[in-house]
Design a binder for this molecule. Structure first.
Ligand SMILES: Nc1nc2c(ncn2[C@@H]2O[C@H](COP(=O)(O)OP(=O)(O)OP(=O)(O)O)[C@@H](O)[C@H]2O)c(=O)[nH]1
Ligand SMILES: [Mg+2]
Length: 223
């Protein structure tokens, strides 16, 4: 029994990887840069995206796919900050998005009018790490209320991410959180991880995040 379970999982992962490769090819051909935001529940992914859409939604032609286990709350929150369709994926229990859901979501996204695509994954610090969605990079959002040991306890997520957003820094005076230790822990897992320190609530540090996003999009060709 146990062996059969592993085989099934391997087949599912192999199929996901094929679909993800196809998603990546489509997005790359369309000149769309795609960031997959991953984190534990409540680290601030949606608020960070709300602020990002407000500041750069038009300038960078941002589209969003947002995944939740249940409810379309996040999609509704995000839709208030953009005139574009925010594509909600309700996983109905699954703890991560998969590439077939992104394939489906892309049928509704106007890729020719999109330069930057955000995927907000399901809040979970374990499951989304192993699932390729065809993104350009994973960005792990990590808040100061979670404890500085999280990169060591959930290493795969920090290993798979290219960037980390340390969010809720406005709460630092109120919590027992050692920023230097947290960053050192994350770099021990992934020495190339690049950090941003933000408060999506107060706006502190968001300029660095916005400047980074501006450097990532592919320029529109001038004929
Ligand atoms: N103080 C403070 N609160 C924040 C910050 N960012 C988000 N929050 C709050 O934290 C709570 C969770 O934020 P969300 O944006 O919903 O977090 P999320 O990661 O999208 O949550 P899930 O989608 O459920 O995983 C909300 O009450 C936010 O207002 C921040 O930088 N500082
Ligand atoms: Mg959210």
């Amino acid at each position: 029994m146990a062996v059969r379970t592993i085989e099934v999982r391997e087949r599912v992962m192999a199929r996901n990887d094929l679909l993800a490769a196809e998603v990546r090819r489509r997005l790359t051909d369309a000149g769309v840069v795609t960031f997959n935001l991953v984190s534990s529940p409540g680290s601030g992914k949606t608020l960070l995206l709300e602020k990002t859409l407000e500041a750069l939604g038009e300038e960078l032609d941002i589209s969003v796919v947002t995944g939740d286990v249940q409810t379309q709350n996040d999609a509704n929150r995000l839709a208030r900050h953009t005139h574009r369709l925010v594509q909600a994926v309700v996983t109905g229990g699954a703890c991560h998005l998969d590439a077939s859901q992104i394939t489906e979501a892309l049928t509704e996204i106007e890729l020719e009018r999109t330069r930057l695509l955000f995927i907000e994954n399901v809040g979970n610090l374990v499951c989304p790490a192993g699932w390729d969605l065809g993104e350009t990079a994973k960005i792990v959002v990590f808040s100061v209320t979670e404890g500085e040991d999280k990169p060591l306890k959930y290493p795969k997520m920090f290993k798979m991410a290219s960037y980390a957003v340390l969010n809720k820094i406005d709460l630092l005076p109120h919590v027992d959180f050692d920023v230097d230790r947290a960053i050192a822990n994350a770099l021990e897992i992934n020495p190339t991880l690049r950090f941003f320190r933000t408060s999506a609530r107060t706006g502190q540090g968001l300029h660095g995040w916005f400047d980074f996003l501006k450097t990532q999009v592919v320029p529109i060709p001038v004929w």
